[in-house]
Design a protein around this ligand. Structure first.
Ligand code: MG
Length: 171
């Protein structure tokens, strides 16, 4: 088992769509960013990469690269899941906290968890999303942007040849 942590923050920018975990949250300014600014997807991507010790999101999807301009961050998350699977890991669960004064996160919890579970290829019940305000403090309290923290647990998928060998030897 391996645990990883991820963090991301983005500034709100009027005129952009707000997308959190691949879900469009209407009637609220979106997040400024080279990609779609999906801070939930970004923090979770970093948690997965961190758990597998495979670097960080900026290394794999640099914002200096035009390939990722306006990118759908859920595609980057899906690519990251494929990468960790190539390294013989599977996702066990993820826990995510969104810190923002607005919009309220609770009405979106189920939709975001469904959206993430599909990309992570795990059950909806293995994803937790929590919303918190920052009690009016600092830049989050002034409504300038939001921050996301994510923790993910990975399990090593046994190499099938090793498994067969251990069955043969009774190990
Ligand atoms: Mg980001």
């Amino acid at each position: 088992m391996r645990v990883g942590i991820g963090y991301d923050s983005h500034r709100f920018e009027p005129g952009r769509l707000l997308v959190l975990g691949g879900v469009h949250v209407p009637e609220h300014p979106g997040l400024k960013g080279h990609s779609d600014g999906d801070a939930v997807a970004h923090a979770l991507t970093d948690a997965l990469l961190g758990a597998a010790a495979l670097g960080d999101i900026g290394q794999h999807f640099p914002d200096t690269d035009d390939r990722w301009s306006g990118a759908n961050s859920m595609e980057l998350l899906a690519a990251t899941v494929r990468l960790i699977e190539q390294h013989n890991y599977q996702v066990v669960n993820a826990d995510i906290t969104v810190v923002t004064e607005s919009p309220p996160i609770r009405p979106w919890v189920d939709a975001i968890a469904e959206s993430l579970a599909t990309r992570l290829r795990i059950a909806r019940t293995s994803i937790s999303i929590k919303g918190k305000t920052n009690e009016g403090l600092g830049w989050i309290g002034r409504g300038e942007g939001l921050a996301v923290m994510a923790v993910a647990l990975l399990d090593q998928i046994g190499d099938i040849d090793t498994l067969h060998a251990s069955i043969r030897t009774g190990g």
